[in-house]
Write a new protein. Sequence first.
Length: 220
Amino acid sequence: MSVAAAPMTYGDFGDNFIRMVLHPRRVAESVDRVLGEQLVLGPMGAGPGRRVAKITAFAEFAPTTATLVPGELLTYRVELPVRVTFDLDLAVDSHRFEADVLVPLELIVVVEPPLTIVWQFTPPDPQQVRMTMATGTRRGALIQRVAGLDEELRQFLVKIVSRELSKPHVHRATHLDMSALIDGAWPALAAQFLPHGPEDRLFEPGWSSPAGRAKSRPGP
């Protein structure tokens, strides 16, 4: 004998709805689609006064991961793996660096009236960016050490990620008006449970409506 499920509040239903719909895989896939596969960054000034060198970077994103962070608000740690090629122009010569980078973001899901779900991204501190960088020349390796290039590039990447997250298409993708989305999806949703024609209104074998049972009940 099946036991009826305990009733729940609208608040509990809404909390379950958000957490089940915005699970880690969907969050990671959404971030991938928002950012795209690659970016060309720069040229931007680097070094003292931003006048010593120019940096241009070509970034290729690998699949993002999202990990649930326990808490009252739905929160994810989102990690962006990026393969970056940096071209450093010193005016007198230029150098190329290859880097494997992991950029962490915090994503908090909040709700706004009347029925909007908002994704709030917090970019990391440059020191939180993990980066392994290499160059094919001795001079490039020396420049990397002496000029503190790793720190410059971390700041560069955080600035670029912050800029990307502020673009209009990201704002649209992270402000989900559920009323408008449900209105647009309603025909497809309704097709899953509303009858399509007379054949869908026929009684199935072994089942009858209360009215039908009343008619079939023997008289006194």
